[in-house]
Design a protein around this ligand. Structure first.
Ligand SMILES: [Zn+2]
Length: 353
């Protein structure tokens, strides 16, 4: 399916001054807003399809080595938590100290989730789907942010952790970055390394030579899967150059769609997404490892998710309304940092090294 990138359909009105009453920053969100193609991103039956997929993964773990209990917050180690929600019989709780939501049970063997032998063919097929759209819509946005946030004088070296098929790395190389990747999947790592002619390490971050350092490390939709985020971040940051930045994308718990949809959100998958971040939780994590949190923003597809949600509930009228209002309301949601995808920059200050 070919998808064209749409022009923003909502623009700031500079002439009539009607936006003067709106908190500063909102008009920028409207101006910057580039709608996603909802038909491609949230096709009919989206919620059901996601539930079937994550339900089957949960069953696979239950039929395999099973689950183990998590008794303390994976970020701040607090043992105190409150019940938040439940999906497929797995509880997600809220840490009373740092507000992280985390799965109370996790797979004994996480590899069971990702050991599908058909995984590489699926990824290869996915690589070709909407490639140009993804590169233009998401690659450009990510690289604009990186270049805006990099300290001047830093070289353009970039490591993408969880690089998969490497489409983002291709975008980065087109923008002049010296690129390298990491992916837990051995087969996909080898495929991407071969295709792009670059190093793509696999299995463990320890595989990366200790003298390789990067100005930018990216991890898009990775950290929510990590069982020990403190150890993961401490390990990843050893590959940062002084003054370097880490750009992390994670699902955002304090978002409109997750608050409305709760366990019906496709982002709530307690065995895959074992962590669910809030800004406070990310700040706590950054403090623990000694990185400075210097950027936080959300950009979401909340209205698209709500469209799917109401469609699933059988309320076609409300579903249509959400789709129609998406270009108008999503910039407000994003402007309030209530979108369901959050972006963080953690910086390694040169004086810390
Ligand atoms: Zn905590």
């Amino acid at each position: 399916m070919s998808v064209t990138v749409q022009e923003p359909t909502v623009r700031r009105s500079d002439a009539d001054g009607v936006h003067n009453e709106i908190p500063r920053g909102y008009s920028d969100h409207v101006r910057e807003f580039v709608p996603m193609d909802l038909e491609a991103m949230r096709p009919k039956g989206f919620i059901k399809k996601c539930e079937d997929w994550s339900g089957s993964l949960t069953q696979k773990v239950l039929d395999g080595k099973g689950l183990k209990e998590v008794t303390a917050c994976p970020i701040c180690s607090s043992p105190s938590s409150d019940f938040e929600l439940e999906k497929f019989g797995i509880a997600m709780v809220k840490c009373q100290d740092c507000t992280l939501r985390y799965s109370r049970q996790i797979p004994v063997d996480a590899a069971e989730l990702y050991s599908d032998e058909d995984y590489l063919p699926i990824l290869k097929k996915g690589y070709n789907e909407n490639l140009d759209y993804r590169k233009q819509r998401f690659g450009v946005e990510r690289l604009d942010l990186i270049e805006e946030q990099m300290e001047s004088g830093q070289d353009k070296s970039l490591l993408d952790i969880g690089c998969g098929t490497g489409w983002f790395l291709e975008c980065a190389r087109e923008r002049g970055f010296d690129i390298a990747g990491f992916d837990l999947g051995t087969e996909v790592a080898a495929w991407t390394a071969d295709r792009l002619g670059i190093p793509v390490w696999s299995s463990s971050l320890d595989e990366i030579p200790s003298d390789r350092k990067f100005s930018v490390i990216t991890a898009f939709d990775v950290l929510e899967h990590v069982l020990d985020p403190v150890e993961w971040l401490r390990s990843a940051m050893t590959f940062l150059k002084p003054g370097g930045i880490m750009l992390l994308y994670v699902p955002h718990f304090d978002s409109l769609s997750v608050q409305v949809m709760r366990d019906k959100s496709s982002l709530v998958t307690p065995l895959e997404h074992v962590l669910f971040f809030t800004k406070q939780a990310m700040q706590t994590l950054a403090d623990r490892v000694g990185l400075e949190l210097t950027y936080f923003k959300t950009r979401g597809i909340d209205m698209g998710d709500l469209m799917s949600f109401f469609e699933d509930q059988g309320d076609e009228e409300l579903a249509r309304a959400c789709g129609k209002l998406y270009p108008y309301l999503q910039p407000i949601v994003d402007g309030a940092n209530s979108g369901n995808s959050s972006r963080y920059i953690l910086r390694l200050n040169a004086c810390q090294v």
